[in-house]
Every structure is written in C-alpha cells, then in structure tokens.
Design a protein around this ligand. Structure first.
Ligand code: NAP
Length: 267
C-alpha cells in the first residue's frame, strides 16, 4: 500500500509524523511504502496529520483517487478519526482491518467570466462569495434557471454536507449528514427591510438542481475551501452537487452525530 502524508506546519505534528513513519516501516504484517509528493506516484492512502484544514489541503493536493484518513493533533475534527496517542491501534487497523469507505459529496462550481471563458473548480467544504469591499454584495440568485431573489448583504456560501459544520454553521445554516447528496445556499448578513428582501433562510438543493449567482459588483472575493482570491472579471457562478466524492477510509466507527455533539456541545 502506497501512503503519503500531509502535515500541519507545527512541531507536534512533525513529531507525530515521525513516530507514525517509524511504526509503518517496522510493520512486518503488511508492506507500506511511504511516498513523497513529487507528482510521480499516486498514493492509495493519504494521511492528513493536523486539523480539518490540513485535510482540505490534502484533498486539493491529491484529488479524488486515493482514500483519506485524518489524524488530529489539535481538537477532534470532522474529517479526522484518530488521536496521536492511538498510533499503535491505527497501524494495527491498517494491517488487519478492511476499511469502510465513506464517500463525501463535494460542490462543483462553474465560473463564467465576462469574456466568455468558463473555469471549473470544486470544493469539499464550500464556495464563499463576498464583496471585495465593505459595500454591499449584490447578486441575482437563480435556481434551475428561474429568478429567485436579488441578494443584498455581506455574502453567500454554497456548502457541501460535510462543509455544513464549518463556515455554513457560523451563519446558522443547517447541519447536513454527509450521506445526503445536496448543496446548501446560506446567507451572510442579508439586508431585509421594507425595500430589500431575501428568503433569509438556508436552502438545501438536491442533486441535479443548480444555483446560479449573477454578479452586480465589479469585484468580488471568492473562497474555495482554503483558497481565496479577488476576481474582477466574473459574470456568474453556477454551483451543483459535485460529480466526484472524496473517499474517507474508516477503520473504526465514529458516528457523525457523535462528532457534532462532541465538537459543539460537550467538547
Ligand atoms: P481557519 O480559519 O484556520 O480555520 C477555520 C476552522 O474551521 C478551523 O477550526 C477548522 O478546523 C474548522 N473546519 C474546517 N473544516 C471544517 C468542517 N468541515 N467542519 C467543522 N469545522 C471545520 O481555516 P482553515 O483551517 O484553512 O479551514 C478553512 C475553512 O475555514 C473554510 O472551508 C471555512 O469553512 C472555514 N471558515 C470558517 C469561518 C467561520 O466559521 N466564520 C470563516 C472563514 C472560514 P481545524 O482547526 O481542525 O483545522
């Protein structure tokens, strides 16, 4: 089995990586080949050591072909199953257990530029659209080609189910189980008064529905997971449930609602 690691940039994480490599090299039951990110070899399994942000980085580095396992060196994560003190159990599981592969939906976005060019990008957590100044973001929102509303406010988030516990949750979006294939459109500080009106609720769209956001501002800020940039030439963005899913290799059971409870209620 070819294994690659992606690390958060801190001493504790590097030490966990060193220990893990030692244990994998010492494994006599199963041959593990540790590969470097040189673009030549594709890993079967990518180990993300750090936090959920590290996992996002790993997924954008290696794409949809390998499976992922997260080892958290901070707090319990939504994408990370193992703690550093469980490395021996983890290696034992790698040697002996056939993992369950959980597939998490993504968000696909088409960026239509004013000159007619179309760019395709995807996100595991979300696409965020904000104005690139303190003035109001104005966006015409179309659902399945029909006009829905004109949004005025700070921004809009289109999140995946697994991204629903991230930025989406901070704006009171719903938490969606990752086995449900959908995208969620959530508002960031919409203006609602006697002149302007938005739905002011998060919308969950099923597969094969699409949301189109038509820009009224000349310059916007767009985020895709960890990546962010200012765009001056975007006419519209079309978002749908992603064609590809990210594969997580589950070597032990950690029910989603248990993670939600631990992360947000009990700690
Ligand atoms: P960051 O600003 O350093 O961290 C954002 C926090 O979001 C971290 O605590 C991270 O967990 C957590 N997180 C990431 N994905 C999550 C998920 N699916 N469910 C629950 N929590 C999650 O940024 P980052 O580490 O590069 O992560 C990028 C993400 O930050 C974006 O995708 C966006 O969702 C989120 N974000 C949130 C807000 C907000 O809540 N107001 C604002 C901007 C961005 P770890 O500590 O385990 O890495």
């Amino acid at each position: 089995m070819k294994i690659a690691t992606v690390l958060r940039d801190d001493d504790n994480t590097r030490e966990v990586d060193r220990l893990l490599r030692e244990k994998l090299r010492a494994s006599s039951t199963r041959p593990f080949t540790l590969i470097e990110n040189n673009g030549e070899e594709q890993p079967d399994l990518v180990l993300s050591i750090g936090g959920d942000g590290t996992l996002l980085e790993a997924v954008h580095q290696y794409g949809f072909s390998p499976s992922y396992v997260g080892i958290h060196t901070g707090h319990l994560g939504f994408y990370a199953d193992w703690r550093p003190e469980e490395l021996d159990d983890f290696v034992l599981a790698l040697e002996n257990v056939e993992p369950f592969i959980a597939e998490y939906p993504t968000v696909d976005c088409e960026f239509h530029k004013r000159d007619g060019e179309v760019l395709y990008k995807w996100a595991l957590n979300e696409m965020v659209l904000r104005n690139n100044s303190l003035s109001t973001l104005v966006v015409a929102v179309y659902i399945n080609g029909e006009e829905f509303e004109t949004f005025r406010g700070d921004g809009l988030i289109v999140s995946s189910p697994s991204g629903s516990t991230a930025y989406n949750k901070a704006v009171n979006g719903a938490i969606v189980h990752p086995s449900l294939e959908g995208i969620q459109l959530s508002e960031i500080a919409s203006i609602n008064n006697q002149t302007y009106r938005t739905i002011n609720s998060s919308l969950v769209l099923p597969k094969h529905h699409q949301v189109e956001l038509i820009m009224m501002n000349p310059e916007v800020m767009i985020g895709l997971d960890r990546e962010q940039a200012v765009w001056t030439d975007i006419r519209s963005i079309v978002c749908v449930v992603g064609q590809n899913k990210v594969k997580f290799a589950r070597y032990k059971k950690l029910p989603f609602w248990g993670r939600v409870r631990k992360s947000f209620i009990t700690g």
